[in-house]
Design a binder for this molecule. Structure first.
Ligand code: 3PG
Length: 214
């Protein structure tokens, strides 16, 4: 899928779960648990050794899931993620090299930007969506409101501290394209194979997002 189709899907889904896979065999059951809970996107983070393999497995075995790569820190990881089949790229910070390569290949990329200067750097490369991380520590909704007052053509994907208690507040902001986070599928729940719990958490999150957008 090209950059704009993925961005549309991120907005429609309203949430991008941040997934840490320790054991590659947990990737497909996690993807299926998310799908059963109504979430068809997942960001598998390059924080563990099996991330690329996990992305490839989900891509091949769960065709209804849109799988992206997260915590992409450099071009080497980016190339491995794309090679594995990642359909979108998320970074905790702004890397010009990563963004430029994604743009050349028409791959959706969401870099982390929390300062006006970083947002301007992303904007100057044609991006209109940035990750705001860690959202809770960088001023949360108050900061996003202030930034979106200036950057009216930019939309935000806050992650870091988003949970079921505050998701409605985040999701009801027009400037917030979707929320991200690990709260629907924590590394612990994945490790312990609490897949039904993950499905239930996804359903609750989706419900709250739908209410917030009304
Ligand atoms: C991220 O990579 O976006 C964050 O680690 C997610 O933060 P959370 O665990 O607080 O949801």
């Amino acid at each position: 899928m090209d950059q704009s189709s993925i961005m549309k899907r991120i907005e429609e889904t309203g949430i991008v779960p941040v997934i840490v896979i320790d054991d590659v065999n947990d990737a497909v059951p996690t993807a299926k648990a998310l799908l059963s809970g109504g979430i068809d996107m997942m960001e598998i983070t390059f924080r563990t050794a099996c991330a690329a393999e996990a992305i490839a497995k989900v891509k091949n075995e769960v065709p209804d899931m849109i799988v992206g790569a997260g915590t992409i820190l450099d071009k080497e990881q980016l190339l491995r993620a794309v090679d594995a089949g990642a359909e979108f790229i998320v970074s905790p910070g702004f890397s010009e090299e990563v963004v430029k390569h994604c743009n050349e290949k028409n791959i959706a990329v969401v870099p982390g930007c929390v300062t006006p200067t970083e947002i301007m750097a992303a904007r100057s490369l044609g991006l209109s969506v940035i990750k705001y991380f860690p959202a809770d520590l960088f001023g949360g909704i108050k900061a996003i409101k202030a930034l979106s007052g200036v950057f009216r053509d930019m939309r935000f994907l806050p992650t870091g501290g988003v949970n079921l208690e505050n998701i409605t507040d985040f999701a009801s902001q027009k400037s917030i394209v979707a929320v991200g986070g690990s709260f629907v599928a924590t590394a612990k729940d994945i490790r312990e194979h609490n897949f039904e719990k993950i499905t239930e958490l996804c359903k609750s999150a989706k419900e709250k997002i739908l209410c917030a957008k009304q």
